[in-house]
Design a protein around this ligand. Structure first.
Ligand SMILES: *[C@@H]1O[C@H](CO)[C@@H](O)[C@H](O)[C@H]1NC(C)=O
Ligand SMILES: *[C@@H]1O[C@H](CO)[C@@H](O)[C@H](O)[C@H]1NC(C)=O
Ligand SMILES: *[C@@H]1O[C@H](CO)[C@@H](O)[C@H](O)[C@H]1NC(C)=O
Ligand SMILES: *[C@@H]1O[C@H](CO)[C@@H](O)[C@H](O)[C@H]1NC(C)=O
Length: 452
């Protein structure tokens, strides 16, 4: 079976010239991700004392649980909160829930518009210590603040605001993993920020490829697994254009940095895309079967979407194929970038300060191909998972994010004196539009909970 619709081969990669253009132009989105995102280079912010944060919605805070976890000193900072312990398991956390759920169930929450949110944002760079510099847009002088003051409004219903109380009620005792590249981490950071008024213990994973957050009050764990290709890779530093060594992509082999941990996960949020622009050599059954933009006439160019579809296929198999996994898997769909007036290396920028309306923008070109390719693999995984009673769900943020050209760091992901010429129009400012990904995630979690 061909990995994708045949027209992709013809349309995008007709000629050698186009292939070269693709190789160069398409590396673009990687630059910010690749150069800035080596997890070894990231500062450890865990020494920031979470209890010193003041959170705008502090009054939403439940008291620490009485479920047997040890309340450390940090926790004491929050004990003046007055709500009763919330270990009852019914759905009283949302009085309107029954009616609401009925309404929302028939509503496509991924279709809608951005509407003003004057009360926003939920947190600031002062209340959350998990914002890395290259997404800390205000710190580096971004003059407009409007990008933090929009909320997603589904056409046919309301999306509830993110409420940490509800969130913790659902996830108590559970482990949630974000698997993917720096955009997966972007969502993880947003979630940690949304929960930043609760004490947390943060540690890097022993292999250096990720980070773990333990909310002892709720025995809830967030893990970020750095796996930008989702499958096993090695790098061939002697080959490929600088600064991107050729990637060997073992499209049918697991990245065991995360696949060995699947059994202990209750929620998996998986995503990937931009790293597949890198020139790659594809291996299957241990044999070289083709490449993408490898500039080697003896190797067939299968396009990047071959590697992309196979990588998702393999990653999903690692999840539903693990007999001890009983959690819910969410595919967070493709996150579009927004380069205006040229590609990333031609001075392309993202200077807009307002979202588009939904009728102003359409998903097209390679972005649509990323989206439809992952959706195709998702559908297969969904039905494979169903055979085992596993739930696969879409966190379909693509349409909403397509409308947010204003949400990227642009030149404000680093100090002005660094004079970097590349604008980061791929990642998202924090606070910013990724906070909506977690509002949507909470919405989906609530639906699951009330669907039994
Ligand atoms: C809680 O921590 C304190 C101090 O670290 C320790 O003395 C105590 O035994 C712990 N309690 C429980 C229930 O683990
Ligand atoms: C709690 O705080 C006190 C004083 O700040 C300190 O001496 C003690 O070691 C702390 N205990 C824990 C469990 O962190
Ligand atoms: C937060 O942003 C402000 C500008 O709004 C900046 O002055 C400050 O240094 C930033 N703080 C942190 C901790 O990044
Ligand atoms: C915490 O959650 C884990 C599962 O994630 C469970 O195995 C463990 O028993 C829980 N511990 C407590 C103290 O509830």
């Amino acid at each position: 079976m061909p990995p994708m619709k045949p027209h992709l081969h013809g349309r995008i990669y007709n000629t050698t010239k186009l292939i070269l253009l693709a190789a160069i132009a398409l590396l673009l989105p990687i630059i910010p991700i690749y150069l800035y995102d080596n997890p070894y280079l990231l500062p450890d912010l865990s020494e920031n004392n979470p209890s010193s944060f003041t959170f705008v919605s502090d009054n939403l805070l439940p008291s620490p649980s009485s479920s047997g976890t040890n309340n450390s000193n940090e926790t004491k900072a929050t004990t003046e909160k007055t709500e009763k312990p919330d270990d009852d398991d019914d759905d009283d956390y949302d009085p309107d829930d029954l009616l609401e759920t009925t309404l929302r169930r028939s509503c496509n929450v991924f279709k809608g518009e951005w509407v003003p949110f004057p009360e926003g944002p939920y947190y600031t760079n002062e209340t959350c210590g998990e914002i890395y510099d290259h997404q800390n847009c205000l710190k580096f002088g971004r003059p407009d603040t409007g990008f933090m003051k929009w909320r997603w409004k589904p056409s046919d219903c309301e999306l509830k605001r993110f409420n940490p109380v509800w969130f913790f009620k659902i996830v108590r005792g559970k482990t949630m993993a974000f698997i993917g590249d720096s955009l997966a981490r972007n969502q993880m950071q947003s979630l940690v920020c949304l929960l930043s008024h609760v004490p947390v213990e943060a540690t890097y994973l022993p292999n250096g490829k990720g980070k773990r957050f333990l909310y002892t009050d709720y025995n809830f764990t967030i893990i970020f697994f750095w796996s930008p290709h989702l499958v096993k890779t090695t790098e061939d530093r002697s080959k490929g254009p600088v600064p991107f060594p050729l990637v060997n992509l073992f499209v049918d082999e697991f990245d065991d940095a995360w696949t060995t941990q699947v059994h202990m996960l209750d929620y998996v949020i998986i995503s990937a895309a931009q790293w597949f622009w890198r020139p790659s050599m594809f291996y299957e059954n241990g044999r070289r079967i083709g490449c993408f933009a490898c500039n080697n006439k003896r190797v067939r160019d299968l396009t990047l979407f071959y590697g992309y579809s196979r990588a998702f296929r393999t990653a999903f198999r690692a999840i539903y194929g693990d007999k001890n996994f009983n959690g819910i898997t969410f595919l967070r769909t493709y996150s579009p970038g927004h380069f205006d007036n040229g590609a990333w290396n031609e001075g392309g920028t993202c200077t807009r300060t307002k979202p588009f309306r939904s009728n102003e923008k359409k998903l097209e070109g390679h972005e649509r191909d990323f989206y439809s390719t992952q959706l195709q693999e998702y559908r297969t995984a969904e039905s494979e998972g169903m055979k085992r009673g596993l739930k696969f769900r879409l966190l379909d943020t693509t349409h909403a994010m397509l409308l947010r050209p204003d949400g990227h760091p642009g030149p404000y992901g680093h100090p002005p004196e660094e004079h970097r010429t590349i604008s980061d129009c791929v990642h998202w400012c924090l606070p910013g539009p990724t906070d909506t990904w977690n509002e949507l995630l909470l919405h989906l979690l609530k639906l699951e909970r009330s669907s039994v």
